[in-house]
Design a protein around this ligand. Sequence first.
Ligand SMILES: NC(=O)c1ccc[n+]([C@@H]2O[C@H](COP(=O)([O-])OP(=O)(O)OC[C@H]3O[C@@H](n4cnc5c(N)ncnc54)[C@H](O)[C@@H]3O)[C@@H](O)[C@H]2O)c1
Length: 246
Amino acid sequence: MNSRIAVVTGGLGAIGLATCRALAQANFKVIAADLHASQSRWDDIQMSMKNLNIHFEPVDVSDFSQCASFVQQVESLHGPISVLVNNAGITRDGVLKKMEPADWDAVISVNLTSVFNLCRQVVDGMSERGYGRIVNISSIIGQTGQFGQSNYAAAKSGMHGFTMSLAREVARKGITVNSVSPGYIKSAMTDAVPQELRDQILASVPVGRIGQPDDIARAVAFLCAEESSYLTGVNLPVNGGLFISF
Ligand SMILES: NC(=O)c1ccc[n+]([C@@H]2O[C@H](COP(=O)([O-])OP(=O)(O)OC[C@H]3O[C@@H](n4cnc5c(N)ncnc54)[C@H](O)[C@@H]3O)[C@@H](O)[C@H]2O)c1
């Protein structure tokens, strides 16, 4: 039985929870890492997960020293981390001429600096053990840009530059590093988009529906499989066909 440890940041969000479930179903012991969870929220989540092997550990991924303590805590409680899914993310939208430095900094810290903060902690151990899977959840917005999202687009395309560089650094150590770029996925993030814009988005998706968190979770689980060892440095678009061209 596979009892490797997988950490999923933003593990209590829409895509995060679906990814925790998919990895637990693939026999990983999963650590859902997120800002905080009340006992009652965590109890509800565990009920819905039907006793899958998923545990919660709090962390603010934008804080380097918290990430260091978090990794120490997880590895002493559960064992060495073999899989890291950097999924935590936020948006603070606004056109550039109105964007406050705090909105820029928050989005870069949570979406991009977090990837450095956690990879920096786990990559030595993975290299020593000769095995690791790192998946960074980027976004279609990092590939296309979006009006009012210069901070988010910069963070998300920065993530893939990071992915390709780290993939090269660790390719001979049995570690793969990949990005997944979701299109428009049902979540609190997309529920906040105005209805008119959501209708326009839906009309543009060739498969004719908004994605579900499980659509992303399946792609992540595929990249995290031991058998996916020849796939590294890629940015996998999971967007319902938005990039099909004529
Ligand atoms: N929903 C979409 O359409 C979509 C599309 C493309 C990319 N993405 C990306 O997918 C990822 C997950 O998005 P989602 O839709 O599930 O959003 P979500 O808001 O449901 O989940 C995000 C999670 O990240 C956590 N988080 C925020 N700041 C954190 C911090 N500092 N430390 C630790 N955890 C923190 C939140 O508490 C939340 O649980 C994000 O990186 C997002 O940018 C989402």
